[in-house]
Design a protein around this ligand. Sequence first.
Ligand SMILES: [Zn+2]
Length: 447
Amino acid sequence: MGQGGAIGQRRPDEREGRRLAAALSIVPRVVAVILDGLRRDFVTAGHTPHLARFRAQAAFFAAHRSVFPSATRVVAASFATGCHPARHGLQGNSVALLESGVFVRHDAGGRDFLQHKRRVTGTSLAVPTMTERVRGHGGAITFSNASPGAAYAHDPDGHGFLYNRAGSFGPGRVPVAAGDELHVTGDLAGDRAMTFRFIAEVLDERRPALAVLWLHEPDHMQHELRLGSPEHLAVLRQADGHARLVLDAVDRLRSNGEDILLVAGSDHGHQTVVGVVEIEAQLIAAGLKAGSSSGDVVSVSSGTSALVYVHPDCAARVPALADFFAGCGWAGRVIPPDRLYEVGQAPVQGLAFAVSMRDEDGSNECGVPGLSLEALPGPGKPNRLGFGQHGGLGRYEQSPFLMIAGTGFEAGAVRAEPTSIVDIAPTVLRHLGLPAEGMDGRALQRV
Ligand SMILES: [Zn+2]
């Protein structure tokens, strides 16, 4: 690595000088590689041989959980901040915002959503990100091939470098130079090109304190394939190959004496969709919502979960809504306003109920367990009937994988205690010797 054309504009002696300086001073740094949507039970010698082999070098977290909703934009914000949505404020993959007293629906995956949210609510994310916290301490560079909204959740206010196919930014959210943009596709080929660039430019050359590579697969294709089908397993093998490139690169850097904490994980798993529910149509039929475009009660889907907003003028309708949801067979778990904190949410911005759609442990036709109902996605978005989806509290969507290698993590250990996405940020900061106050999670090192 390091001889690629993309970095040819920098002089070799400069690169070599930085390598020597880093090797001599042994500045600790952190590398995180995230495989979007990879279920923990798919991390096996048969499906993902390279990740499975990494278990011998790392601590494996056997009871690791996502946040709620288990959806990438939300999880990226929780990964970045070490906080649940109640504190960082990105409530779902889709949300409603009260704008001039009226609910407006938003897809949080759009490239401008967090900037818009700042204008409406005063903050993009309401707590600092890791990128903000490491600014001035070696900095952060994130390459994310997820949706723009999910990518920008790592650094919505421009404290470091953030690369995504919809636009790449440096500090101050200043766009990077034209030749430095990330022109990749949101699929396996794009992940592969992004991985090579990440290794050559970020790991070998620029060497930030925190380097994050967020791959779009297998999540992207799992939404279009039957989980466990030959086509799906082929995607897993290729995604595993991309992870291997990073694992090997970090091995090489460590052999030069570098102190690197290596985090390999995913943000959530997937369930198979066995039915699609039109929640708003049911609310209208029950007389609890005036019409399809009415702003009294609004339900927005995050896949296998939904967030239900009640306009402040209609707060008296909350008990009737609670009664209605209690009688709905398609609702797995309904969290009312006064209990939203139990799932890491808060009754703010009009959010009243969170619904995790019904799930069960039965298997799909390929023998993969974990079935769920899906809340009908917003206009223009396909439902995923028969294919993979996530967002709720189902067992398998709440089973991402996590392996960590480096100081404080015993190689080959299986850690059985419950851990969460929000524990990653404090773990990263501890390795870098930086404070992590104000986070929901806790550092996972055992020293
Ligand atoms: Zn997804």
